[in-house]
Structures are given as C-alpha cells and as structure tokens.
Design a protein around this ligand. Structure first.
Ligand code: G1P
Length: 291
C-alpha cells in the first residue's frame, strides 16, 4: 500500500483574506507550508506515490513540490549549504500527480477523482489542511494500515476525542467498543450534539479499499448538498463491510487549520518549538502578557 491521495481543492473561505490568492494548504505553520508536513508524514511511512486533488488557484502547491533548478543553482554557486538543506524535501524519491476536481461537489466527490490512480488497490487519504502531531511526527497511518490488513477492513479511519462544542464540525463515530482500536457500527457527518453517537471525530486520515469508489457512486448529496465521504463509509458499514477506527495518541494532536483560531494556535505551537527562535519567542510572548 504505497499510494496516497491529498485533497486540496477546497476554497478555504474561512481563512479569507489570507486565502484569496493563496491555497490554505500553503499557509506556513512555523517554517513550512501545511501541505509539506502532510507529504513528509506520508513519505516517512513509505508512501511513494501521491495524488493531489486540486482546483483553481492551487498551482503553488505543484510548484512547491517541483524542483526549482534556478534557485538550487544560485544557492550552490553561493555556497549556501544550509539553505540548500532546507530544499532537501523536494528531492525525496516520491512521484507526485495532480488532477483537478472540476466541480466542487464535496470531499466524497474529490476522492472519486482518484479512482484510476488507486487502480484497484487500497490507498490512503490524508486531508491537506490537517497536521497530525507537533512537526507531523506521527505514524498513525502506519497503525491504520496494519489494522486494515489484520482485520480485513474496507476502511480504517483516524479519530480524535473532541469537546461537545466541536462535535458538529466533524464526522462522528458510533464505536462498538472502547480503546485505541475499535470497530464502527455507524458514522454520522457533522451531527448536532443531540444526534452525535460519541465524541470521536474523524481526524483527517483514512485508509480505503477500492470498494469506496462503488460506494461513492451510490452516495447521494448529503450535508450541505455535497457528496460526503462519511456517507459512503456509512454505506460500506450498512452493507456488511468492516470499518475500524484508530485513536490518535497523546502526542498526535490534530492541528485542523480550518479557521484563524486553530491556525494561530498551530502556528504559535510550532514556532515555540522552533530550535532557533522558540526560546526567544517564548520570552517575547511573556513580555506581552505583562503589558
Ligand atoms: C471533512 C469530513 C469530516 C471530517 C473532517 C476532518 O470535513 O467531511 O467528516 O471530520 O473533514 O477530518 P471538512 O473539514 O472538509 O468540512
């Protein structure tokens, strides 16, 4: 299982004006754009082929993962080895693919665009706006892949416990049992607190069997009039498919860069952990607090 899909077609309207002409996935968190953390997380666990589901205005993502020979040449000529090291990520032995989601019909529709890429093999979906763990130091997807194989699943999903106030923002699991690994008896997209079967929220990472495509074909528009990935997963469960969840560990907090509040928090946390500038930033923030 060495293929992953990263949907990045969303308009990022909750982050306007920052995202007017720049994809939200390219906003920096600390030193790197968000999507670079996601790619590095995937490559670290052995993913070799990555398909980005993009849309209008997202070409800077493609540029970021391509090699900028002019820049490399200039840095080399000037002997700037330290800066060259910052570009090492664009030489990783991964192959990148890009396709446009030509109509913004929802996350389920975006995943449908990866059908021929998946080529009838299991694959990973990692949402382009969520970093898992400080500096993306997480092997959650590897644990999910293991669960997928061991339990004979059609889907495995990462989950995180969220507070009652956040339940309506996420897909929510109905687990059959407690614990780090659990089977799902249902999943509901963005329920009200009253409807929510638990506080376990989908945390932006999925492993799918290619059966998800046939389920998506049969999925009617749901919440917000969009074709919801959650609804297709629900269909798989209803039809007897095994769907399991894996909970994020304590050091794997999900940084969902969906709005300015969460973006500011993620940026601050990553900047405070920066080897070179973290300490002085901490001191600076302390002086602000006194003011
Ligand atoms: C999507 C999914 C939702 C999931 C969330 C975060 O929602 O539809 O089930 O919980 O991603 O992983 P979105 O954030 O695109 O509205």
């Amino acid at each position: 299982m060495n293929k992953a899909v990263i949907p990045v077609a969303g308009l990022g309207t909750r982050l306007l004006p920052a995202t007017k002409s720049q994809p939200k996935e390219m906003l920096p968190v600390g030193r790197k754009p968000i999507v670079q953390y996601i790619v590095e997380e995937l490559i670290r666990i052995g993913i070799e082929e990555i398909l980005f589901i993009t849309g209008p205005g997202k070409t800077s993502i493609e540029n970021h993962f391509g090699v900028n020979y002019e820049l490399v040449q200039t840095l080399r000529e000037k002997g700037k080895e330290e800066l060259l090291a910052e570009l090492e990520f664009d030489r990783v032995p991964a192959q990148y693919y890009y396709t446009h989601q030509r109509q913004l019909l929802g996350l389920g529709h975006a995943v449908l665009c990866s059908r021929s890429f998946a080529d009838d093999e299991p694959f990973v979906v990692a949402l382009g706006d969520s970093i898992i763990g400080l500096n993306a130091q997480s092997d959650i997807v590897r644990r999910m892949q293991r669960c997928f194989v061991e339990k004979g699943c059609v889907a495995v999903i990462a989950f995180e416990q969220v507070s009652n106030e956040k339940v309506h923002q996420y897909g929510i699991a109905q687990p059959k049992s407690n614990g780090e690994f659990f089977e799902l008896s249902d999943i509901v997209e963005k329920p009200t607190l009253q409807e929510a079967p638990s506080n376990l929220a989908v945390a932006a990472r999925y492993v799918f069997s290619p059966k998800i495509f046939a389920a998506l074909d049969r999925t009617e528009p749901g919440k917000g009039g969009e074709i919801q990935l959650t609804d297709a997963i629900r269909l798989l469960i209803k039809e007897g498919g095994k769907v399991w969840g894996v909970q994020l560990g304590v050091n794997e907090r999900r940084h969902d860069i969906g709005n300015f509040g969460s973006y500011f928090r993620a940026f601050t946390e990553f900047a405070l952990a920066d080897e070179k500038y973290g300490e002085s930033l901490r001191e600076y923030i302390a002086t602000l607090n006194k003011g």
